[in-house]
Design a protein around this ligand. Structure first.
Ligand code: AMP
Length: 280
């Protein structure tokens, strides 16, 4: 696996792929890789691309009080996992490359960035949109792979790629879960044994709520049942449990046709903020 640290390294990578008539699939990550990240590499390869994974812990998407300093960093193991998955190259830039001295540019996306994550994390999507734009421009890949695990983020990235005329096709990939249903996340490492045992109730609650909505029940009443269950199971607080249009992310007050809705969840267990979502 080739390790790229500079824009020149990326140019060399593209030149050598061009010679072999190979297309490029980009997989942006912040490291602390798990099977969810690796599924994106596999999806890129399954589509016939050479996979370029990026590992960059992006400071601009963390607020001062958030977990940037505590975020798990496991570079050696990450590179090994990428190599084992047959990744063609890893882009591992340092901060001065991604945010050059005097940097003064941010990417601001409206539309799908409104509400939900933005209510708790007002600068989050600006940081995500900025770094993802940089990575898309630097890599000039044919396609880029993102997880549905971060569903609102995926919609924001689709929007920015369209609006900024970025020629890379954005591909969303299904959420990879543990056997008990908990969505894999680098932040699951923060959970105590007791919290880890409670966490699968998120997915159980989402499945129950989806089935209630598809059976025609009032979404508000059914949501309240799930919220009460999660709070009594031990969640410290719930940020949102929303039934929304799958594309606009606008709230839906009544059951919509199957496949057109999405359930979005964020809540805090102990001190760990967890998010999840499913199709309705
Ligand atoms: P992160 O390192 O958390 O920024 O995630 C990098 C990419 O991996 C994003 O596109 C995430 O949506 C995706 N991802 C994270 N967890 C999962 C998962 N459990 N299943 C599928 N994709 C995931």
């Amino acid at each position: 696996m080739k390790i790229c640290k500079s824009l020149d390294d990326l140019n060399d990578l593209r030149a050598s792929l061009r010679k072999r008539r190979q297309t490029l699939g980009l997989v942006p990550t912040m490291g602390a890789l798990h099977a969810g990240h690796i599924s994106l590499v596999k999806a890129a390869k399954a589509d016939g691309h050479a996979a370029l994974a990026t590992i960059f812990l992006n400071p601009t998407q963390f607020a001062a009080h958030e977990d940037l300093d505590a975020y798990p960093q496991t570079l050696e193991a990450d590179l090994q996992a990428l190599e084992d998955a047959g990744t063609a190259a890893a882009f591992v830039p340092e901060i001065p490359l991604m945010y050059p001295e005097g940097e003064a540019t941010r990417v601001l996306v409206n539309g799908p960035s409104q509400n939900w994550e933005s209510a708790d994390r007002p600068h989050f999507f600006e940081g995500v949109a900025t770094v993802v734009t940089k990575l898309l421009v630097a890599a000039q890949a044919d396609a880029a792979y993102f997880g549905e695990k971060d569903y609102q983020q995926l919609q924001v990235i689709r929007r920015l790629a369209t609006d900024l005329l970025i020629g890379t096709t954005i591909i969303g990939c299904p959420t990879v879960r543990a056997d008990d249903g908990l969505a894999l996340s680098s932040r699951n490492a923060y959970l105590s044994t007791q919290e880890r045992a409670i966490a699968p109730q998120i997915y159980e609650g989402l499945i129950w709520l989806r089935d209630e909505i598809l059976a025609g029940r009032d979404p508000e009443t059914a949501k309240q049942v799930v919220k009460d269950r999660l709070l009594s199971a031990g969640f410290a607080s719930l940020s949102y449990l929303a039934y929304v249009d799958a594309h606009s992310l606008e709230p839906l007050a009544a059951p919509a046709p199957q496949g057109s809705g999405r359930l979005l969840f964020a809540g805090t267990l102990g001190t760990t903020r967890l998010i999840d979502n499913i199709a309705v």
